[in-house]
Design a protein around this ligand. Structure first.
Ligand SMILES: NC(=O)c1ccc[n+]([C@@H]2O[C@H](COP(=O)([O-])OP(=O)(O)OC[C@H]3O[C@@H](n4cnc5c(N)ncnc54)[C@H](O)[C@@H]3O)[C@@H](O)[C@H]2O)c1
Ligand SMILES: [Zn+2]
Length: 373
């Protein structure tokens, strides 16, 4: 690895693994995979690579070359790009291809792509032959800092997002930050919302570092990206280690901004708001709610608005959505994380610390869709 690379351990007992982060890493995947799987250089290795149509060339092809050079037998399956590929139908098609490939328990599934490919490939790996080993090579900022870490895999059901899934930790995650060079601008900025989120929920120093490095963030400076991805992965790994199966409540802090965001995503047309854009707006609504409940002063909201705007993210609810009080509340009540009609929100009490609060009144929730006049 080049000198600026970093390894973030994910400490989960027998399911522990490492996240390897550097620019230009893809050619090393084959060798690294043998280390992760503790396979001798001459031991047989069969890899089933899953990618999407935007990532195949050049990134999945680079992965294929690296694996082939390391002596692996490789098959590449390419699904259409987009959320619609996170389906049982697509998973079923991949099972068929695994059968044709004569995959067995030693076959390794390699996900090369964003969160859609990672969630789908992870789900296929978790379920085929009662579980194949699996490696993540995330290529969007969102998947690097969020979805590739933590072992949540799954597909969508027509009645609900991520309704069908399994926890299945990867054997390793390889993040080549140079793959972000080809990521469209809007997707990149959307990923930054989750990065800002980590600062607010867990790390005020990181939040301040982001404020100081806005120019590097906007230019995708390699050094800035390295720190952004590594620190985000450390923070997510810390949460996952403490609450792998989302039982203690700690993992729920990752949902800061998301109760509002999920409603905005559901109510705006398909593709109108990217997930990160909805999260950016949702964090500001959540902070207004915290302010309304007397938990923070206005500067905590203002610093978030300024940082989000500086990296090109929205912070205000679109006009047409802000009026839809009933529909927004209905979405929140239907959210699979809402129990018995109790609206729960992850709210900051300062930058770097949040708590989950229940029993929030509907009027307070809707009042925070707009800034105070
Ligand atoms: N498992 C988890 O813990 C977790 C956490 C957060 C989100 N998710 C899931 O992640 C998904 C969203 O992930 P996403 O935002 O990465 O979306 P995505 O996978 O759809 O990728 C976004 C777009 O970028 C393209 N792309 C990916 N890498 C590229 C590259 N390097 N260059 C050019 N184009 C590239 C893709 O083809 C796609 O069009 C959602 O389904 C969400 O539910 C899962
Ligand atoms: Zn999110």
């Amino acid at each position: 690895m080049n000198s600026s690379g970093q390894i973030v351990p994910v400490d989960l007992g027998s399911r522990s693994y490492e996240i390897s982060i550097a620019s230009g890493l893809l050619p090393q995947l084959g060798g690294r995979l043998r280390q992760w799987l503790q396979l001798a250089d001459d031991a047989a290795l069969k890899c089933f690579v899953i990618t999407d149509s935007n990532v195949l060339q050049p990134h999945a092809n680079a992965v294929r070359s690296s694996l082939t050079q390391a002596g692996a037998t490789v098959q590449v399956a390419c699904v259409p790009s987009g959320e619609r590929s996170k389906s049982i139908a697509e998973a079923s098609d991949l099972y068929d291809q695994l059968v044709d490939f004569k995959a067995d328990r030693r076959t390794v599934v390699v996900a090369v792509g964003g969160g859609v490919v990672g969630d789908l490939a992870g789900f296929v790996a978790a379920t085929y032959a009662r579980g194949l080993r699996f490696v993540q090579v995330p290529t969007t900022l969102l998947s690097m800092v969020d979805s590739s870490v933590g072992g949540k895999t799954g597909v969508n059901h027509p009645k609900g997002k991520n309704l069908i899934g399994a926890f299945h930790q990867p054997a390793g995650v390889m993040i080549d930050t140079a793959t972000l060079d080809t990521l469209p601008e809007r997707e990149y900025r959307s990923g930054l919302a989750e990065v800002v989120k980590y600062g607010v929920i867990l790390d005020e120093t990181f939040f301040a570092w982001l404020e100081d490095n806005v120019a590097g963030l906007n230019e995708r400076s390699p050094d800035v990206l390295q720190h952004v991805v590594a620190r985000s992965c450390e923070l997510k790994a810390f949460v996952v280690k403490e609450d792998e199966y989302e039982t203690s409540g700690l993992r729920a802090i990752l949902n800061y901004g998301h109760t509002y965001a999920h409603a905005f995503e559901a109510l705006s047309g398909y593709g109108e708001l990217l997930h990160g854009e909805a999260v950016a707006i949702g964090m500001i609504c959540g902070s207004r709610l915290a302010h309304r409940l007397g938990r923070i002063n206005a500067s905590v909201i203002d610093r978030q608005i300024q940082l989000l705007q500086a990296v090109g993210l929205p912070s205000e609810v679109p006009e047409a959505l802000a009026e839809q009080h009933t529909a927004i509340l209905d979405c929140m009540l239907l959210d699979k994380k809402t129990v018995a009609g109790d609206l729960k929100f992850v709210l900051p009490d300062r930058l770097g610390h949040v708590e989950t609060m229940g029993g929030i009144a509907a009027d307070d929730v809707t009042a925070c869709l707009k800034a105070d006049d």
